[in-house]
Write a protein that binds this ligand. Structure first.
Ligand SMILES: Nc1nc2c(c(=O)[nH]1)N[C@H]1C(S)=C(S)[C@@H](COP(=O)(O)O)O[C@H]1N2
Ligand SMILES: [Mo]
Length: 439
């Protein structure tokens, strides 16, 4: 390109941006998200960018595509503080501060594997289904996939999500505080569909699920849940499960504790008794709107968090008067999110946030609230979700009064994120109305 045409292009662009800036200011009339001076004399729109002057890479360079190199910081993370620092059998947490919509890309999906990640040869995969069924069977992967399939969007959450924080915040990070979970569109077959074929004997009460990995992860599940919505899945967001998620096949119990969703599945056995009853999880309680606790087990209760702003991506660049979107996630293993409240004062007063996009049962639900930022203001952002099973998130004081602080599992009290006068974000815990404790 010669100098002349490059110069013309520069003039054209400058005029274009001037015009469109003026037009957008007029259209938004005082409620502009971005002021027009955000564009004025920005060298990045005036000069001729280097990537526009050369041929790009061949489109087949990455036969399996990878994210832009500039997104290299968006990764799962691990810390020695989790799972005794054993990086083989540990936890890789999802960067929920970077999440968009309600789907976690497969490369960022949360992973917890007690015996490390197994690599199963799909040709040697077998699934045995036996015990109290009329027709016990051993299926190859190809035979399993011949059953009619369904596709459903559900989160998987480790019940230890947030479980380090009963006494107060341990991680000044939304990724570590709340990232023991992810959400995907799963493809597979309902276990009830297979059971219609095999014939479940009426005395069957429990299903044992076992993995073929080093940890086996034997878990028993009540037959009611199995016949309700349990799935055997092989598809994750439009492709085969990733090894970290149990390739080629895992059990999925929508909304229930992640540890029951046995990966690298090899065996289902139906029986009258549980082989291994998780005593401690069967005693969990959940708080109702009345503040009274009820007993239940296995389901992950209604929960939410602010994901933006976050300690990782704060508001330090915002100017006074900027309009900014506060965003977060809400989820419930007992049903569909019906609403999310947002507080700016740590949970004393709440306004209604908006639910965005698809609102699906036992799925992440995205919520947002448009806020006009005042430079120097200090906020205590607290979100509180409710579901169609009638539950609402408790305060930490309500939850601790019933559960104590020794537990690791099922912490679903509201979370608070402090925005300081300079826009930094800190994870804090509100133990008494009006004041920060354990900050
Ligand atoms: N076979 C097997 N299944 C397993 C595990 C395991 O270690 N082995 N970990 C469990 C735990 S504790 C959780 S929280 C979920 C996590 O699923 P993900 O790794 O796909 O996020 O898998 C569960 N299923
Ligand atoms: Mo877990």
């Amino acid at each position: 390109m010669d100098n002349k045409s490059q110069h013309d292009k520069t003039i054209d662009r400058r005029e274009f941006f001037r015009k469109s800036a003026a037009a957008s200011v007029a259209a938004l009339a005082g409620t502009s998200v971005m002021s027009s001076d955000a564009m004025a004399d920005d060298p990045a729109i005036m000069h001729h960018v280097p990537w526009g002057q050369v041929w790009g890479d061949p489109v087949t360079k990455n036969r399996y595509g990878v994210p832009s190199k500039y997104e290299h910081n968006v990764t799962r993370r691990n810390t020695k503080l989790l799972a005794s620092g054993n990086f083989r059998a540990s936890i890789a947490v999802t960067p929920i501060q970077e999440s968009m919509g309600i789907i976690t890309p497969n490369g960022l999906f949360f992973s917890r594997s007690h015996g490390g990640v197994a690599h199963v040869d799909p040709n040697e995969f077998r699934l045995m289904i036996h015990g109290l069924v009329e027709k016990p069977i051993v299926l190859t992967l190809e035979q399993l996939k011949r059953y009619p399939s369904v596709t459903r969007t559900h989160f998987i959450e480790c019940p230890a999500n947030g479980g380090q924080e009963w006494r107060g915040p341990q991680f000044n990070s939304v990724q570590f505080a709340k990232g023991f979970m992810s959400c995907a569109e799963w493809t597979g077959v309902y276990v009830k569909t297979i059971l219609e074929d095999l014939g479940l004997k009426p005395e069957a009460q429990w299903m044992l699920a076992e993995g073929s990995d080093n940890s086996e992860m034997g878990r028993t599940v009540p037959v009611d849940k199995v016949l309700d919505d349990a799935m055997i899945v092989w598809g994750q967001n439009g492709e085969a499960l990733r090894p970290e998620q149990g390739y080629p096949v895992r059990l999925l119990l929508p909304g229930w504790e992640g540890n029951l969703c046995v990966k690298w599945l090899k065996r289902l056995e139906f029986s009258t008794e549980p082989w291994y009853c998780k005593e401690e999880t069967s005693k969990y309680t959940a708080l109702q709107p009345s503040g009274k606790a009820i007993q239940h087990f296995y389901a992950n209760e209604v929960n939410s968090t602010v994901t933006s702003p976050s300690p990782e991506i704060p508001w330090t660049n915002l100017k006074d008067g900027d309009i900014v979107e506060i965003e977060g996630l809400a989820w419930s293993g007992m049903g569909t999110i019906t609403g999310v409240d947002l507080s700016f004062d740590g949970g004393n007063n709440y306004v209604k946030a908006n639910l965005k996009g698809l609102v699906l049962p036992k799925s992440w639900t995205r919520w947002s609230y448009m806020h006009t930022y005042k430079k120097g203001e200090r906020l205590l952002l607290t979100s509180r979700a409710m579901d169609d099973a009638g539950y609402i998130q408790p305060t930490i004081d309500q939850e601790v009064s019933i559960m104590g602080v020794e537990s690791v599992y099922h912490r679903n009290a509201v979370e608070t994120w402090e925005v300081t006068a300079t826009g930094e974000v800190n994870h804090v815990q509100m133990r008494t109305p009006g004041g920060i404790k354990n900050a």
